[in-house]
Write a protein that binds this ligand. Structure first.
Ligand SMILES: [Zn+2]
Length: 434
């Protein structure tokens, strides 16, 4: 049994000026408390909430007697966390300033400071008494409510000064227990696609993650050249464009990874299957991105295409109670899963088994070898269990869209609209019948 936590953002309706002013005052007082607490905590090397509260709660509490006392309490929690991460950065020599700046504030709330009034409004305790604000319902929020998630008492609220709204960060929790796997779904990730072995078929889902990373890299370079020549290096307009570009890049990659992870995890949950992933090292282990010379860029491609993809799957899997298994990734695409002999690759992703002479797609080989390792085989001597799964007679197998050795490619434009694999599975059924 483990607890899964998700944060959901909910906005209030735009507030009347007079009401919003109450929250502006509240934010000011809260910020002031946090600033004082952080200063004290950093000066005395305090990183624990309990100690900070013991030493300073009374003092900050007396600053604003009209404010509900729990704000002083949550300000201590907030400040302790800020001090903790600042002191850690300082230890690593990464802190740029002697003290942490309290720049953006989200007010930490506990069960005394807020409560949901049904689904349409939130009541908050303030220095002017309780204030009710109506919230805008969104799909995301309703999905968690309808699927049996429990709304936790801790929350945060931020002020949107431009639109005079409150932005709530609500926490949903759920107890999930992992099932015992009845089957395996293996996932082999490469820089532009994820190969997934489900029910004896390898699907190759295009992600184009490295192309996204590289595309934005070159766009940034062009922007830099242009702005540097006009404004000089590191100008404000240049930084603004950079910020927008990297925001867009992050959002696009996150969407790609999360959508595909959700698709894979739902299929696993439907079959009560475990997901098998490669155990990745710290460094880009795969030769495929070594040709990228810039080490930072290589790191970004690796993070987006390998680490990031795995993290998205892990996170989604936890939510559905899907077990995740890690296996040794070495040589997963080099050895024939049927004959245990080396596969000789030409210039592309297709290779020929040096023993059986059959043709293999690299990602199909990797998927089957991951399955072998999950089943306990060492990849050298294929257990009969697997041999039964791969329809091959040992002779040369022609490449074709329905051959077991060729993955079923699925472009992103297609899978991004799916909630399950049913569309493609139905298509295969029709093909088989015909
Ligand atoms: Zn072979």
């Amino acid at each position: 049994m483990s607890e899964v936590t998700r944060t959901v953002v909910v906005r209030s309706e735009p507030l009347p000026r007079r009401t919003f002013r109450i929250f502006v005052e509240l934010e000011g007082m809260y910020r002031n408390m946090v600033e004082q607490l952080v200063l004290h905590a950093v000066n005395s090397g305090i990183t624990k909430f309990t100690r900070l509260k013991a030493e300073r709660y009374r003092e900050v509490r007396s600053l604003y007697p009209q404010l509900p006392s729990h704000y002083a309490y949550t300000a201590c929690q907030d400040a302790a966390e800020r001090a903790h991460s600042f002191l850690r950065l300082k230890k690593m020599g990464k802190a740029r300033k002697p003290y942490p700046e309290v720049r953006s504030v989200s007010i930490w709330l506990d069960d005394h400071l807020w409560r949901a009034e049904g689904l349409i409004s939130i009541s908050m305790a303030t220095h002017r008494g309780r204030v009710n604000v109506s919230i805008e319902l969104n799909k995301h929020f309703l999905r968690y409510v309808n699927r049996g998630w429990r709304l936790a008492s801790e929350a945060k609220v931020k002020l949107d000064h431009r639109e005079r709204r409150l932005i709530f960060y609500l926490t949903f929790k759920k107890e999930v227990s992992e099932y015992r796997p009845k089957a395996y779904i293996t996932v082999d990730v490469n820089e532009s696609a994820e190969a997934v072995l489900i029910d004896g078929v390898v699907y190759l889902f295009e992600t184009d993650l490295s192309r996204v990373t590289l595309g934005y890299y070159y766009r940034r370079k062009r922007v830099q050249e242009k702005y540097d020549s006009v404004y000089g290096p590191g100008s404000r307009p240049e930084r603004r464009v950079f910020r927008r570009l990297s925001g867009n890049e992050k959002a696009l990659k996150r969407e790609i990874r999360q959508k595909l992870a959700a698709l894979i995890v739902r299929e696993a949950a439907r079959r009560q299957a475990a997901i098998v992933l490669e155990r990745l090292g710290k460094e880009p282990a795969k030769g495929m991105i070594e040709r990228i010379k810039d080490p930072q860029l290589r790191h970004r491609v690796y993070q987006a295409a390998f680490k990031g993809v795995q993290r998205a799957i892990e996170e989604k899997a936890r939510e559905y109670g899907v077990p995740v298994i890690y296996v040794d990734p070495r040589n997963t695409s080099r050895v024939c899963p049927i004959h245990g002999a080396e596969i000789v690759y030409g210039g592309n992703r297709h290779g020929v088994c040096s023993k059986g002479g059959e043709t293999w797609h690299r990602d199909v080989v990797a998927c089957y070898n991951l399955l072998l390792r999950a089943l306990g085989g060492d990849g050298g001597d294929a257990p009969s269990r697997l041999r039964a799964l791969i329809p091959v007679d040992g002779g040369p197998v022609p490449l074709g869209p329905t051959a077991a050795h060729e993955p079923t490619g699925v472009p992103r434009a297609l899978w991004a609209r799916w909630r399950s694999l049913r569309p493609i599975m139905n298509e295969q059924m029709i093909e088989v019948k015909a």
